[in-house]
Design a protein. Structure first.
Length: 608
């Protein structure tokens, strides 16, 4: 029968998918991360088990994972926010590449005995860290938007740009090559034209394209358009002599303010995860065990020297740029490895006879092993420094200002905001949790990141324009701080406040807020009503009982406001309550005291 033997492509696909399915969850479970799991699976499939040999074709396809990763990162960065990172990108990033490259070149020249041209190639090739590894580790740990994550990203972004001049430098280092660089100006102009074309397309063509496709309702066409944008922009940059990852990143930045950003992110994410895992597995498959065995002493010495040298330089540079110790240490231990662009540089140098085959193989092994040790270095960093502060985001209040300013967007605020939005009102919502802001944005909410206890944040969020300030924060002390600030600085603002419990309600009334609501009161009443109905009571009776309890609660609050929280206990029930034990007590106990406290909770004395 035709096709009795499965084609090799499908066999390799099944093997790779099986390795990913087994290794990634296993390594994630034991705390080493999925990156190391993919690497280990590649080593077992390739050099150890010899199931798949030759990872070049796999690596070419899998490099799209890095491209997709940079596109998704670009989607998270508005051009204005990218501009705020310029000091880190062109200051810290430039210094890291130049200084690390020079130091490693000197080590290769004077310790390893390489010639000048080879030493420069090796030094600057190893100076580049792994964008794929570092960002994957940071993303996996939820640290990409923390301070050390932003510093690491800025350095990596400049390294991605640095590969272009480094590749252009290789012809000048190659022996027996007469190249006077006369085409350098043409290459530069082509690169500038490609970037300009991409920026123009991002500004004026992509949004109309997605609008037309979105109006058709063809989901598969939208996914195809997303892939077309990413791969097309990457190829455009590649043809212009720039990196594919840089092209995808620029496309993402251009679409960062698009209304289709979240849909693009959802469409690309599955491809990014799968291909990035395949990339790491391909690195493991390409590892040459024979080269390691023949040169294991040199490699085992080179890997820690490389990682320690890069980490020390990055730490020193961070400190010189005024970055505190903990952030500098975390940044240094995220970026001590070699990178995937080093593979590109070394393979190109091999074709130009700058490096020989044995040296290139050893360098690939050194870079691969340093990548494999990256999760370990990150764990070491966590042990050497204290726990970092909560994740931060850029405070961007562009277009803020509405009739309602809502401070706090947790469960209570989310429900209240839906009523206001359904009523046709605009709301300016701010929250101090970066995770909550990002999650809300994925569901289409416009939530600003900011601390509502700060006057400058309230000013930027448009409190002077707001008719009502809705304080929906969770913690009582935070709520009180915001109420005090608003009442002292903006006495004319109407305050609607979420209270924590009955005691907090009384405190807020004493402060004179315009309206307060206990966070669980209405839901508790509705829950009790539905329970009455389920017990066989008519809906009308259940509703009248609910209204009676609510009325009594309001009256009791007024009494408590005047006489104290323990007043008005006689109004708790519409009929006497006689608690009975569920089982016969094994020994005598005191009479249960039904003194109400707080929100009507009953306190029971312990048995004696």
């Amino acid at each position: 029968m035709a096709g009795a033997e499965a084609p090799g492509f499908y066999v390799e696909t099944v093997v790779l998918l099986s390795g990913a399915v087994i290794a990634a969850p296993l390594f994630k479970r034991i705390g080493l991360g999925t990156v190391l799991g993919y690497l280990a699976a590649g080593v077992i499939i390739g050099p150890v088990g010899r199931v798949i040999t030759g990872a070049e074709e796999i690596l070419h396809v899998a490099e799209l994972g890095v491209v997709f990763l940079l596109f998704l990162i670009g989607l998270e960065l508005k051009p204005a926010r990218l501009w705020t990172l310029r000091r880190d990108i062109f200051g810290l990033g430039l210094a890291q590449v130049v200084i690390t490259g020079l130091v490693l070149s000197a080590l290769a020249r004077y310790l390893a005995g390489f010639g000048f041209n080879a030493a420069v190639t090796i030094g600057f090739g190893l100076a580049l860290s792994s964008t794929a590894f570092a960002l994957q580790v940071l993303e996996e740990r939820g640290e990409i938007n923390r301070r050390h994550g932003r510093k690491s990203f800025a350095i990596l972004l400049f390294q991605d740009m640095a590969i272009v001049p480094l590749l252009a430098l290789l012809p000048f280092l190659a022996p027996f090559v007469a190249d006077d660089g006369s085409n350098a100006l043409n290459d530069f102009l082509i690169a500038i034209a490609a970037v300009a074309a991409l920026v123009f397309a991002g500004r004026f063509l992509l949004n109309p394209l997605f609008q037309v496709i979105g109006n058709t309702g063809a989901r598969e066409a939208m996914i195809a358009a997303a892939l077309l944008v990413v791969i097309g922009s990457a190829l455009l940059m590649s043809y212009a002599g720039l990196s594919m990852a840089m092209g995808a990143f620029l496309a993402g930045v251009m679409l960062a303010e698009s209304s289709y950003r979240h849909e693009l992110e959802a469409d690309i994410e599955p491809f990014r995860g799968l291909l990035l895992g395949l990339f790491f597995m391909a690195i493991g498959i390409s590892l040459e065990i024979s080269v390691i065995m023949e040169n294991w002493v040199a490699i085992l010495l080179a890997v820690p020297v490389l990682m320690f040298t890069k980490a020390a330089i990055i730490y020193a540079l961070c400190r010189s740029f005024g970055i505190e110790h903990d952030v500098a240490m975390r940044t240094a231990l995220v970026l001590p490895q070699g990178g995937e662009f080093g593979f590109v540089l070394f393979s190109t140098a091999l074709t130009m006879n700058i490096l020989d085959a044995a040296t290139a193989s050893q360098l690939v092994c050194i870079v691969t092993l340093s990548m494999a040790l990256t999760p370990v270095s990150v764990l070491v960093g966590n042990l050497l420094v204290r726990e970092e502060d909560a994740e931060e985001m850029e405070e961007d209040f562009e277009d803020a200002g509405a009739d309602v300013l809502m401070v706090g967007f947790s469960r209570f605020g989310q429900i209240a905001s839906q009523v206001l939005l359904a009523g046709g009102y605009d709301i300016t919502m701010i929250d101090h949790s970066a995770d909550r802001v990002r999650s809300a944005q994925k569901f289409g909410f416009r939530v600003y990141f900011g601390d509502g206890t700060r006057k400058d944040v309230l000013e930027a969020a448009g409190i002077k324009r707001a008719k009502i300030v809705a304080v929906c924060t969770q913690k009582k002390e935070i709520t009180d701080k915001i109420v005090d600030l608003v009442q002292s600085e903006y006495p004319n603002a109407k305050l609607f406040v979420r209270s924590y419990d009955r005691a907090h309600t009384l405190e807020l009334r004493a402060r004179g807020v315009d309206y307060e609501m206990r966070e669980t009161f209405k839901s508790g009443l509705e829950f009790g009503k539905k329970t009455l109905e389920a017990l066989g009571n008519p809906e009308s009776l259940a509703q009248s009982i609910l209204e009676d309890v609510e009325k009594r609660d309001t009256e009791r609050l007024c009494i408590q406001q005047a006489e104290g929280i323990y007043a008005g206990g006689h109004m708790l029930h519409t009929r006497p309550v006689t608690p009975e034990p569920l089982t016969k007590p094994r020994r005598e106990s005191k009479v249960i005291d039904t003194t109400a406290n707080g929100d009507g909770n009953v306190l029971e004395e312990d048995e004696t």
